[in-house]
Design a protein around this ligand. Structure first.
Ligand code: FAD
Length: 65
């Protein structure tokens, strides 16, 4: 489980990573998450959507917006 190798991530009792639904931002600095690791087993389309939302937020972060 990624939380056991990555300090500072908040996880649930189901071993999923807690991330903001709109942006994918986790509580750990400079770490975003999405897809099955956040939602539990789901679909490719939902993982892709999370990836796109996270990419937008990472771009905002990197460009200082
Ligand atoms: C048998 C099966 C059939 C499915 N059929 C469908 C379907 O028909 N349609 C559909 O929409 N969805 C289907 N799904 C669900 C779909 O596969 C997942 O929802 C989707 O792949 C989630 O994408 P993801 O990027 O979140 O995770 P994943 O695709 O699981 O990608 C996670 C990646 O992270 C890697 N990884 C894990 N731990 C680490 C680590 N510590 N360090 C580095 N890398 C790591 C893994 O090797 C993997 O490559 C199916 C799932 C299964 C198991």
């Amino acid at each position: 489980m990624i939380a056991s190798t990555t300090e500072g991530l908040k996880t649930t009792i189901h071993d999923t990573v807690v991330a903001d639904e709109a942006t994918g931002k986790t509580v750990k600095d400079k770490v975003w998450a999405g897809g099955d690791i956040v939602t539990g087993a789901a679909t490719v389309i939902s993982a892709m959507g999370a990836g796109k939302r996270a990419a937008v937020d990472i771009d905002k972060f990197l460009s200082g917006k």
